[in-house]
Design a binder for this molecule. Structure first.
Ligand SMILES: [Zn+2]
Length: 264
């Protein structure tokens, strides 16, 4: 089995948690990875292996609730003992990797090339409607003085617009969250030929485009945002998808560690 082709900024590599995906532009800033089916969530030692792969003493995770709250580790804020309810983790602690889990939702990894600060973000449709990616960049900026223009972002495998049909209720939730209409027209597309977005019964939601646009809105240069372009539902030999596999679906982890912190 050979893994699917990925765009140039990404590469597959072997690690203590099996085959993983890495983003080259992020590599120089912070150790990180996106896991695959090789590292099933049920494996009791998953986080130990992720920690080993990233040279971290421990891995901090969240009780993900599809919101926009961000937990920060350091300065003066040790890693939480349990799993706080939030969807983004920011860290400047080189001994701790921060990780999110996703089955179709978008895992995002961010790193600041100046200070070395990192973030892991989980963005399903609810979190994307809530603007969790913007919230994470704002937390880096407000809590640590990071300039968004210095942030590099990797967008891991998630359900593609190709396979993500949603109802109008989802679009209404995005409208209620006051996203600009011209952006909603980019994020929600009709797949019925000759049918406009209003008349179409079936909409497809492009979560990757939405998160990319939100990072740009937050000030991250578009050229520093790298999406792997892999649809979880179309690569079940390597990835895993809740839409395609339901309760049999595993989870993909996105994890990243601050290599060294250099406050501004
Ligand atoms: Zn697809």
């Amino acid at each position: 089995m050979s893994p699917p082709a990925v765009p140039e900024p990404f590469r597959w590599t072997a690690s203590p948690c099996g085959l993983v995906l890495e983003c080259r532009p992020l590599e120089g800033i912070a150790p990180h990875l996106f896991t695959t089916r090789d590292a099933p969530l049920s494996a009791a030692d998953l986080w130990r292996r992720v920690g080993r792969a990233l040279d971290a003493e421990r891995v901090a995770t969240l009780d993900q609730v599809h919101g926009r709250d961000v937990v920060t580790i350091g300065p003066g804020a040790p890693p939480p003992a349990g799993r706080p309810k939030a969807d983004a983790l920011v860290s400047i602690d080189p001994s701790v990797a921060v990780a999110v889990l996703a089955a179709d939702c978008v895992p995002l990894l961010l790193a600041d090339r100046r200070s070395g600060a990192v973030a892991a973000v989980h963005a399903g449709w609810r979190g994307t409607a809530a603007g969790v990616a913007i919230s994470a960049v704002e937390a880096l900026e407000r809590r640590l003085g990071v300039k968004p223009r210095d942030v590099t972002a990797a967008i891991g495998p998630s359900i593609g617009a190709c396979c993500y049909e949603v109802g109008h209720d989802v679009r209404h939730a995005f409208e209620a969250a006051r996203h600009a209409a011209h952006l909603l027209d980019r994020w929600f597309v009709s797949r019925e030929p000759g049918t406009g977005i209003r008349e179409s019964k079936r909409l497809h939601l492009d979560l990757v485009a939405a998160n990319r646009d939100q990072l740009v809105f937050a000030g991250v240069p578009e050229a520093q945002i790298h999406a792997c372009g892999l649809c979880t539902a179309m690569h079940l030999d390597v990835l895993t998808s809740y839409r395609a596999e339901r309760e049999k679906a595993g989870r993909i982890a996105g994890a990243i560690r601050c290599r060294a912190y250099n406050p501004a």
